[in-house]
Design a protein. Sequence first.
Length: 424
Amino acid sequence: MKNTIKVFGVIVLVAIIGFSACDNGGSDNTDIDTAALNAVILEAGIPRYEVETASSASDVPTGKKWVTQIEWNTFDGVYKTAVETKANPSSQSAVDAAKTNLQTSLAVFNAAKKDGSSAAIKLSGTITVKNKGQIVPYVVIQPHNNDYSWQENKRVHITGENSPWSIITKPFSSSTEISFIISGFDNDKYENKIFQITVEGLKKTVYNTDVDNININKDLNLITVSGTLKLDYNGQTVPSVNISMNKKNDTSVNLGAVGILNVRNNTTWSMMIPSQEVNTDVVFDIVGFDGPLVWEYDRLFAIWQKDFSINVGNQNKTGVALNLIVISGTVSVTYKGNRVPFVEVNVNTLEPWVWITNTTLKSPPANTPWSIVLPAYPSDTEICIGIQGRDENETALFWNADTIKTVKDKNVSGIAVNLGNITE
């Protein structure tokens, strides 16, 4: 049974552009050639990245393309099957079939695209991005609002200083402050992500008119931060994990991110971030998914803004250990004799009280298994496991927080939470 993570507080969600950000792993079967399949995946990523889903042209701004949700779902299913096949190919015939199916589906999808007709505004400006004085030619600009409920993505080929860019979007219902993330890539397929950073100091207020002169100028001196991710996920391989690094004193500032495939215990990771003038404390988001595209599959677990006592400066940094543990068990509960539509398993530390994370089970029967990923602790730490029931409208029905456990740096299993039948 898949667990869906529900997160409270500020969430930094950064859309993955293309496939490459989690293309750091894959099958160990070296006899199977996936190059042709990968080429079609990259080709298919272009219209998939550019199009919107809608029910009519009036829902989409003029200047953009759209498809229906059914058309999107059909193509998306074939695309993900191809990505999954490339990540874990079983045979050459399976790889070849995935390539053919995706080519066919791509042709149908491209033919289905339609023009939008609603009101539109344009965000535009110039961009110059350099690393150690050399222009980074392929970037993605991602403007977003504070909670990422709105975001756009624009691929830009930087041919020289102050290259123009523009994004078409719908007008906002009220004045909205937006920020900008830029990601750099090493080729025109936008296949291998070099870096991903928040453009500090650049915010714009957008409403219902065009906004121009949004000029991005970054001269970076990228350094490499690398280490290991220690995670024994109940003996299973995690299909993909996204690791994001943010400034501790301003968690809205993203310094870098990387996605990795087929994560096992002590998997290595590496990301490039801007050199910092002074030693800077950082925190990490670590999110696991049940498929090989981060942010596009159900979440298996999520750790947000975790402080691992790491700081970065102006030199490469190695040996950064991100150590996680898993607590797991079963839950049994009914409400007035019926299954509970949503059961949240929440975890927090006791002294001090700090909420860590949770997982949500949908209408769980008796003895439904659950598991939650936590940061490892340097010493014995008491945690509280709280159970909250919600109805179909996610209105709270009950809360129970009686299960106390001590954790440290090892997995803890067999935590049985049996609440019986709750009547009040």
